[in-house]
Design a protein around this ligand. Sequence first.
Ligand SMILES: [Zn+2]
Ligand SMILES: [Zn+2]
Length: 142
Amino acid sequence: MSEPLTGGCLCGAIRYAVSAPVQNLIACHCTDCQKASGTGASINALLPSSAFSITRGTPRVFTKPADSGNVLHRHFCGDCGAPIFSQRDNLREFMVLKAGSLDRHEGLQVVMNIWTRSRRPWTLIDPAVEAHEGNRPPARQP
Ligand SMILES: [Zn+2]
Ligand SMILES: [Zn+2]
């Protein structure tokens, strides 16, 4: 049995645990993620919200409509400013965890790039990885 997956913010005021396996990451190159992260993209893991629990502290929330038009709640540490996760207002069953906040990274890989139309010239994208100019396409039916 593997250890539970944990993570937190830069200062440690916010800590969390994830009970679902995390493997595939999505790099979002939208302009909001660039501003919010201070980098070229935010690298995210999509999780069922039921698999995520805050174990210490209370994140602050910043809410803004995203490039997709979806209203996005961005949860971050009010002390150190580190982004922790985002959630769509109309899709509370899922959440988007900021992968850099995780404690362990074995087995994680970026499998998709989205919003590459706003990719910055200094951001490298692996040409072997799936990329979309806008939002991710709807999930394929099994
Ligand atoms: Zn913090
Ligand atoms: Zn984004």
